[in-house]
Design a protein around this ligand. Structure first.
Ligand SMILES: *Cc1c(COP(=O)(O)O)cnc(C)c1O
Ligand SMILES: [Zn+2]
Length: 397
């Protein structure tokens, strides 16, 4: 296996045991906990000037802080997305600056590409011929795209309510798609069964592979560099399984420890009120979520009733003095429409939850007048144009 110089291996988040990444590929062999890539940070010699001197051309420009070398990556030059100034939103929120990190401009139009480029690179380093996952939609589309690029077969389990674009594009990439009646939990069960029958299929499932949150770290590296090394006061993130939130939390601590920034940003989890286990646990002061029994939101990427990494998500919110907020589907769709009307940017409903959540936080007085707020637009609006348009119909337009 070809890795970067400082990559040290994998460590279990639950029991702390360290493993060789060439031998252990997924969950902790001792306790089944989530594995986290680790580095010898003393061996990483990165300063602001070195990073600035590199072209802003791919998230792999941060390869020293990733497990694999850019040379061996399965990549389509994902990442390095724009951070767009939103003066109308800043006005509405009563803050100095609002910026939207526009992840819609990734190869398959969501930030899932950042996770899959690293996870599929790991699969290729481990010699996998087949990859498998269950997904609400976007991760499945991204996985089938990267698997196609790597010459692997992909097996993708989607719930029937996954969006049309996701289903169509898994087919277009040549993926083996199974549409499972029901919701993400049902797709997850079909995935488990298939994985048991085919133990040579390499899982790309959230937090089953240790590499998806690792890829999503790069969102934070880019944001601070785009803000000329100023850490934003707050980052509002539309939270399902929390992969991106945990990635950014890890990235912020790495940059602080490497001396590249001084402070951590406040991290806020935004959810839909029809499925908000993180918000409930945060507000109740719990260390872990209670699964939602009847999840129901139009935001497919956020309809994750049982987010296994909730202790880690809650730690990120509390350690950074951030918080959690949920809003109702009609408010989320309205926020997506307002961002499109006022700023021109197109947000998929799941990410409009972050705009809606930020709006709610601003109304609660959570932000100060001199603050810089970053909202993650995790996916392009045209992935679910029909859902956004239907909101106008509910208004008689
Ligand atoms: C997957 C997804 C999310 C949720 O991401 P997590 O990292 O699992 O919390 C949010 N928005 C969109 C568009 C997604 O596809
Ligand atoms: Zn363990």
């Amino acid at each position: 296996m070809e890795t970067t110089a400082a990559f040290a291996g994998l460590e279990c988040v639950d029991c702390g045991t360290a493993f060789d990444a060439a031998e252990v590929t997924h969950r902790c062999p001792d306790c089944d906990g989530v594995l986290d890539p680790t580095y010898d940070y003393d061996a990483i010699d990165l300063d602001r000037e070195t990073l600035e001197s590199r072209p802003f051309d791919s998230m792999w420009r941060y390869e020293e802080l990733l497990p694999f070398r850019r040379e061996s990556a399965v990549t389509m030059d994902e990442g390095t997305t724009p951070l767009v100034d939103c003066p109308a939103l800043a006005d509405e929120f009563g803050v100095e600056r609002v910026l939207i990190k526009d992840e819609g401009r990734n190869p398959t139009n969501t930030f899932k590409d950042r996770g899959q480029t690293v996870a599929v690179t790991a699969a290729s380093q481990h010699g996998a011929s087949d990859v498998v996952l269950a997904s609400a939609g976007n991760a499945g589309q991204a996985a089938s795209a990267y698997a196609a690029r790597a010459g692997m077969d992909s097996h993708v389990y989607l719930p029937s309510r996954a969006g049309f674009t996701n289903k169509a594009m898994v087919n277009v990439h040549g993926g083996d798609m199974s549409v499972v009646g029901g919701r993400i939990g049902d797709a997850g069960e079909a995935y488990e069964e298939a994985s048991t029958d085919h133990d040579d299929w390499y899982p790309l499932q959230t937090f089953v592979t240790p590499y998806r949150h690792e890829g999503k770290k790069t969102m934070f590296y880019e944001v601070v560099e785009q803000l000329e090394w100023e850490t934003p006061d707050a980052i509002v993130y539309p939270t399902g399984g929390g992969v991106g939130l945990i990635g950014m939390y890890k990235a912020a601590k790495e940059y602080r420890d490497l001396g590249l920034i001084d402070d951590l940003p406040e991290l806020y989890a935004a959810q839909a009120s029809g499925c908000d286990p993180i918000v409930e646990a945060y507000e109740e002061g719990w260390d872990e979520h209670e699964p939602v029994e009847h999840p129901d939101t139009i935001c497919g990427g956020l309809e994750i009733p049982d987010p296994g990494a909730s202790p880690w998500i809650l730690e990120a919110l509390r350690e950074t003095d951030g918080g959690a907020v949920s809003t109702a589907d009609p408010d989320i769709l309205e926020a997506g429409v307002q961002v499109a009307k006022q700023e021109g940017l197109e947000m998929v409903p799941s990410s409009a939850a972050a705009a809606s959540g930020a709006w709610e936080l601003a109304e609660r007085g959570e932000f100060d007048g001199d603050e810089t707020i970053v909202i993650l637009n995790t996916g392009a609006g045209n992935k679910e144009a029909d859902v956004l348009r239907s909101h106008l119909m509910s208004q008689g337009v």
